[in-house]
Design a protein around this ligand. Sequence first.
Ligand code: ADP
Ligand code: MG
Length: 656
Amino acid sequence: MKPMLELVDVYRTYQIGESTVQALRGVSVTIERGEFVAIMGASGSGKSSLLQILGLLDNPDKGDSLIFGKNVNTLSEDDQAGVRNNVAGFVFQQFHLLKRMSILENVRLPHIYSGLKGDFHQEAIERLRQVGLEERVDHTPNQLSGGEQQRVAIARALIRDPLIIFADEPTGNLDSKNSAEIMKIFKALHEQGKTVIMVTHENDIAAYAGRVITMKDGLIISDERKAGFKPSEASSGEAGFELHDSKVSLWQDGRFSGFMAQAFQSILANKMRSFLSVLGILVGVASVIAMMALGEGAKAAMQEQLKSMGSNMLSIRGGSAKIRGAAQGAGAVARFTAVDVTDISSLHTLVKNAAGVVNGSARIVYGNKNWSSTLTGVGFDYGTMRAAIPVLGRWFTPEEMQKREKSAIIGVTVVKELFGNSNPLGKTIKINRINFKVIGIAPPKGFSGPQDEDDVVIIPVTTAMYRVLGKDYFSGIFVEVASPTLIEQAKTAVSQQIRKRHRLKADDDSFNIRDMTEIQKMLTSTTQTMSLLLGSIAAISLLVGGIGIMNIMLVSVTERTREIGLRKAIGARKKDIMMQFLVESVGLTISGGFIGVLAGVGISLLLSLFAGWAVKTSLISVLLATTFSAVIGMFFGLWPARKAAELKPLEALRYE
Ligand code: ADP
Ligand code: MG
């Protein structure tokens, strides 16, 4: 059978600046299963270097390192991590426990990188019982004595049931009583079948071992087996030695949820710092949402206003659209009647409503007061189309329209001039010497240019045509298009309809159709520019926030270098470390984003409540901001995460 561990003529040289240190200068050694080996020698003689190469924490510059005859030097860094996780348990002089975690979680840690499913809670408790600490599972390392911490580290080394335990001066930081306790545990482990390889410079510690290898200046100067010391019975063959499949996806085993849990643990461990570092993201997201809400609100308000002006309204009038067009003769002005309105209304998909209007002037008399105003005769649908339905009083009924009833709705200017402060509803006024009953007051509209939109009298179109103005045709037709996007289509269709009905040639412009799209286009582009401007300000603050995150993650990587070293020693691969830090930075930005969303929505609400600004929070902006903050976490977390992943386990462990 092949020896378990074998080094063949191994060299290891360290380079520090100009000088080189030859830590190992041609070491060959084999170690069999069940041995208990102590490596001794003076400080600097190369003991740790030898142990690290045996434990696959380090690779020789020259020479081979074999496990069961298989050369492990040539394995990739990640595969070596896999072997360490499966075969080796490490115990260090400095314990290297992770301070933020309970000792139970510390013991469980190697399992995160094992690729096995399960929480291994029971196993961890079992290992802690083995070292006599089952009562302390919830404690953190800081609450334990040095001896107890080292026992936790041994429990951690045992969790993956390794073939070999590597211990580098495990009692170096302990008093003699604790040292004895620790050595009793190692002795028991050896008796249970574990191979133990231990570095020490104390004779009474080495006395526990069955074989003592002594080193001097990078060479083995003696290798003695104790007479009568029995190697423990190793259970079976090479069972423990297999590479774990590095192709197993992160999601299949429990690793990812482990990273999530750890990320949140670490975020929560530094609450204030985490909060301050996400402040940039928070402000960025909040402003994106608030600004987009403002932009959208302004847009909606403008559209509302446009709508009351009639944004999807077409106005059809007889006569040329050309101001300087030559006179076309008497027949050139199209005269519209109820038939045209019916025609246009029948364009169902494009037209929602159509109503004929006539305009004229009115001389209104009430009591001893009189007033001149514009007279508008309107069809039934005009009320809803032009938002002219009275709040005080009522709109005309269809019967009134049909029977050419003498009812009138007057604007507020007319009310003020004729009635002062008294109630005009139900009163009789004279319009062009005809008695009309006032049935409503038109909703106030203010001025449009120099025109007072409230200085109006509205009466049924039929009454206006046949009783007041003596006309048998409309002055124009108002058309409400089904949706603002259909305006152009509706214009063409209506125009074709009219040409057909009046038998006009295609180039005959004896009528014209106007719409509001020009104004609308202008307003839309204004609001778009505004949104873009607000958006880019918010984007800049998100970017600055991202840089803040990168900064804090770099600090975090430096701060946790030893943690990274430990994780790598117990089997973390590059992408495990990378993922851990990425999850953490994305976790940070997403939580920042989440608070930012709340803040943004809150600010929008406050603006609308107290400043009376029109705001409209959109789901899109919320989604956009959250996605963006996650992407920022990913992007700005990448470099620190890579930096962490590229660390060499040994160098990281030695970092002060
Ligand atoms: P021991 O464990 O016997 O005290 P080491 O194996 O740690 O000895 O070190 C052997 C020699 O190599 C020492 O001179 C030490 O200073 C040097 N050495 C060990 N590790 C490093 C390193 N990472 N960088 C530079 N020199 C090192
Ligand atoms: Mg050492």
